[in-house]
Design a protein around this ligand. Structure first.
Ligand SMILES: Nc1ncnc2c1ncn2[C@@H]1O[C@H](COP(=O)(O)OP(=O)(O)OP(=O)(O)O)[C@@H](O)[C@H]1O
Length: 329
């Protein structure tokens, strides 16, 4: 297997949030002990409810968010031990981000040509003529006609704008793109086009993709591997067919029970009770307060990873895992 482009090893991100005036500060555990990696040519889907830490994970993967503890490696190098200038250069060259809403992520006053040229100018890539050619190639790559170069973002449709955002992310030829809910602001009719564009780019360029979404069906369609997050923790991870078809963590099972497939038994699990706060997460397994299988032992500590015998790439953190449901076909 190839070396990961980015790998997170036991990464924690703790934010300090003010509450009750200047004196009192709460610690928000946005990401706890995350160990994930992404390689060229593979699509890692990250799923979980709102506030579970998906965007924080995305920012760590692109090098925008420093870990409070743990290690972030870019092509094997410990990113946050590098001097700031070099860190930005390494991160900028390896990974780029596509944000949720291109209408706010793209400068509305700049024509598309300038939006796409800017990173090339800043990083002094090629001659002015080569940069112009690169702009044309980028538009072509994302399926946009050349005349779009002269348009302002506001003159484009939502789908075209998101294609420009993807082109911008590709400008410096990254190995991996992180897409944080890239289609949620789009009409349903154009969502599939943007998703298929991402799939095509993976094939054509051997690009790696971290695809973050709360839409499980989309992640299932797109991803080779899935990481399931709950309250800052990755609770299950593995190949898509294993995680979606033979979920072992009760939370994953509940999440996927809403999207039946031939592989599951069709039982719908409805979670009750509020999602606990990331400021005061429950001790041990954070899911235990909503879990129908929780025992006293679950409050003691977060369970270490168990790996599936059939496929060690499939792992989960649970003391009372689900029995895998096998296909009846
Ligand atoms: N800068 C910050 N300061 C304080 N708390 C933060 C900050 N950024 C994120 N958080 C908190 O960290 C937790 C994880 O947030 P994050 O945005 O990563 O979740 P998410 O899964 O991406 O949510 P959503 O799907 O709603 O975007 C949340 O409780 C959030 O309120």
């Amino acid at each position: 297997m190839t070396e990961p482009v980015v790998s997170l090893e036991h990464v924690h991100v703790v934010h300090t949030a003010r509450s009750g005036g200047l004196i009192h500060r709460d610690k928000v555990h946005a990401l706890s002990d995350a160990t994930v990696s992404v390689r060229r040519g593979e699509i890692l889907g990250v799923v979980g409810e709102s506030g579970c830490g998906k965007s924080t994970l995305a920012k760590v993967v692109v090098g925008l968010q420093a870990p409070t503890s743990g290690t972030v490696r870019f092509r094997g190098e410990d990113l946050w031990t590098l001097p700031a200038k070099r860190r930005r250069r390494e991160a900028g060259a390896a990974v780029a981000m596509v944000f949720q809403d291109a209408s706010t992520a793209l400068n509305p006053r700049l024509p598309v040509r300038r939006i796409l040229r800017d990173p090339l100018d800043v990083h002094r890539r090629g001659t002015p003529r080569q940069r112009e050619e690169r702009v044309r190639d980028l538009l072509d790559l994302v399926g946009l006609p050349g005349h779009v170069a002269a348009a302002l973002p506001g003159q484009l449709s939502g789908g075209q704008r998101q294609r420009v955002a993807v082109a911008r992310a590709l400008t410096l030829e990254p190995d991996v793109i992180v897409a944080d809910e890239p289609t949620s602001a789009l009409d349903v009719s154009v969502r599939a086009q943007v998703l298929n564009l991402l799939l095509d780019l993976r094939t054509e360029l051997g690009l790696g993709l971290v695809f973050i979404s709360h839409d499980i069906q989309t992640v299932r369609y797109l991803a080779d591997r899935i990481a399931v997050m709950y309250l800052g923790r990755v609770v299950e991870e593995g190949p898509t067919a294993e995680v979606a078809g033979h979920a072992r963590h009760p939370y994953t099972r509940a999440l996927f029970s809403a999207t039946p497939s031939l592989l599951d038994d069709g039982e719908r699990i409805v979670l009750t009770g509020p999602v606990p706060s990331a400021t005061h997460p429950p001790s041990g397994c954070p899911f235990r307060t909503r879990c129908w299988k929780a025992s006293d032992a679950c409050a003691a500590e977060f369970p270490s990873a168990t790996h599936a015998e059939a496929d060690p790439a499939h792992s989960w953190h649970c003391l009372h895992p689900e029995t895998p449901v096998r296909s009846v076909l």
